[in-house]
Design a protein. Structure first.
Length: 551
């Protein structure tokens, strides 16, 4: 049957068709729709679905489910694979039992990922983990199913790496009926020889891993995920194109724009690459253009293969294409015109002198009561640390507050380092901001570190009762889980108290006088202090009000 689906929705449908029974992850654009969709349909499809406290705990639970024989899907955005890498790398050594596909969504051009333009493909090399790169929703569907096939055949986790333009692209997708499964029930069979990574067994595991990769490479040579498209009757121009993932769509559009008829090797398997197929493709060529977003990993591999296969072939890649930002058909047109020696008039955007608009907090957002108030009353020289979530908008006008901003939970960790570096004689104040979801994700560890190693930042947790920025996903502080079930409502203030924080105040930030008084009081403390500003997200309140009205 045919359905119009987002790339992320296609992944969900493919996982169901593959018989997935355990879904976990952490919400983050551009992958959040995967977990959200499973939260809506999990029960009716006999699937267990959750949002974990962070990506590391998500992957750990997925490993437990896989070792118990269940098929598992894990979803996260690019920075999530950094968080879970500590457990991901040894997982490659142990391998899996039940099939496991790990979806990692990158965000070239940083549309929703402010911290860095991460290229997660390097994790495939680092961990020796198979990685597939779909280009469109149909390939999201097909490659998810293939990912489960590879995982089950070789007992390996498989990474499905998407990007924003793939995850949020909508198209007609040919899908199968969902696979009927019962409520998941696993059976963990003890196997410490395979599941415990301890030397000297660890080195044996690495050898086994590399042998698996050789077999998967042979599989990739025959697989339909790597295909030649647009093959002309002859290689008259002696020019070919190798494209990776979503870059292939830009290539096909550019060829149509330039009215060129060139062969394209579309790679869906990033690691391991189908080397024999690549060698066969490049042997008759005089020139090859390698098209991929961000760093030229494939280009470097082609250069190595060409030394023996076709040393005289001229390789074009990042010398004609940008290493920063998303690709486009226009950018590929410009690169192709240089390769084939034709003129191409690049489209020039007319400067309309429109006023620039930065991201803003929503109307009625409780953060409007917090950020301006604290900025106004903080002593001169106070250092402000931002974190990830809606509060990161505090770095932009009209607030322009933050002196540093890194990753989830880092605001408190960096604050501690600053205070220790400057010493008590400097007497400067440091205030760190984070949301409630971030506190549970990775803020607790930094808070404990500040308590244990005795520094005195003021920690502001902006509790808007939801994980808001990525689309209103649940977190441990709101009393609901992903599937809408009642869950324990963990108290931020009680956790902080149990971790040794003595100065704690929970307040409604709309009471600005109370907020001012508490900030001034806590800034004078000699140990870490915590203010929990608790007020519901304005959009969530509006949604809940509308739902009550409809009832």
């Amino acid at each position: 049957m045919k359905k119009i689906l987002l790339g992320n929705e296609a992944i969900v449908r493919a996982a169901l068709a593959s018989g997935v029974s355990y879904v976990t992850g952490y919400p983050g654009c551009p992958s959040a729709e995967i977990g959200d969709e499973f939260g809506k349909i999990a029960k009716e499809n006999g699937v267990y679905a959750e949002y974990a406290t962070n990506e590391k705990t998500a992957l750990e639970s997925a490993i437990g489910a896989s070792f118990s024989g269940l098929k598992v899907l894990v979803n996260m955005k690019s920075f999530g694979i950094n968080v879970c890498s500590d457990v991901l790398l040894p997982l490659a050594y142990t391998g899996t039992k039940g099939g496991m596909v790990i979806v990692v969504a990158d965000d070239p051009s940083c549309w929703s990922s402010a911290q860095s333009e991460q290229n997660s493909r390097m994790y495939a090399y680092l961990g020796h983990i198979p990685m597939l790169e779909p280009a469109d929703p149909q390939e999201c569907y097909d490659f998810t199913k293939i990912g489960f096939e590879i995982s089950e055949k070789f007992n390996m986790p498989v990474i499905l790496r998407t990007v924003t333009r793939c995850a949020h692209q909508r198209a007609v997708v040919e899908v199968d009926e969902p696979h009927s499964v019962e409520t998941p029930r696993g059976d963990f069979v003890k196997n410490p020889h395979q599941y415990s990574t301890m030397p000297p067994r660890t080195l044996e595991m690495k050898k086994e891993l590399l042998e698996k990769i050789k077999k998967i490479q042979a599989y990739a040579e025959k697989s339909k995920i790597n295909k030649i498209v647009g093959l002309p009757k002859s290689y008259n121009l002696k020019v070919g194109i190798i494209a990776s993932g979503v870059a292939g769509l830009h290539v096909m559009e550019a060829l149509e724009e330039l009215k060129l008829d060139l062969p394209v090797l579309q790679l869906g398997s990033f690691y391991p690459l189908p080397k024999e197929k690549i060698i066969k493709f490049i042997k008759p060529l005089k020139k090859v253009l390698v098209v991929e977003e961000l760093e030229g990993y494939v280009e470097k591999e082609i250069a190595v293969l060409a030394k023996d296969a076709n040393a005289k072939m001229e390789i074009f890649g990042k010398n004609v294409l940008p290493i920063i930002g998303e690709l486009s058909a226009e950018k590929v047109c410009g690169a192709l015109s240089k390769v084939v020696g034709m003129k191409f008039a690049e489209f020039k955007t007319k400067n309309l002198n429109l006023p620039k608009r930065t991201a803003r907090l929503c109307e009625g957002c409780p953060y409007w009561y917090i950020l301006p108030t604290i900025k106004r009353i903080a002593p001169e020289g106070t250092i402000f640390g931002g974190d990830i979530g809606c509060n990161m908008i505090g770095a932009l006008p009209p607030h322009s507050m933050y002196d540093y901003l890194f990753c989830m939970g880092a605001s408190i960790g960096v604050a501690h380092g600053i205070l220790k570096a400057e010493g008590p004689e400097r007497s400067r104040k440091v205030i760190s901001f984070m949301g409630d979801g971030t506190f549970f994700h990775s803020g607790i560890a930094g808070m404990v570190n500040a308590v244990y190693n005795k520094s005195n930042p003021l920690m502001i947790v902006m509790d808007n009762r939801i994980t808001a920025m990525t689309g209103h996903q649940p977190n441990p502080g709101m009393g609901k889980n992903l599937m809408g079930e009642e869950a324990p409502e963990l108290s931020i203030e009680e956790i902080a108290k149990a971790c040794g924080v003595k100065n704690i105040k929970v307040l409604d930030p709309i009471n600005q006088k109370e907020l001012e008084d508490v900030v001034k009081e806590f800034l004078e403390k000699e140990e870490i202090s915590l203010i929990v500003c608790k007020k519901i997200c304005a959009l969530l309140l509006k949604k809940q009000t509308a739902e009550k009205h409809d009832q």
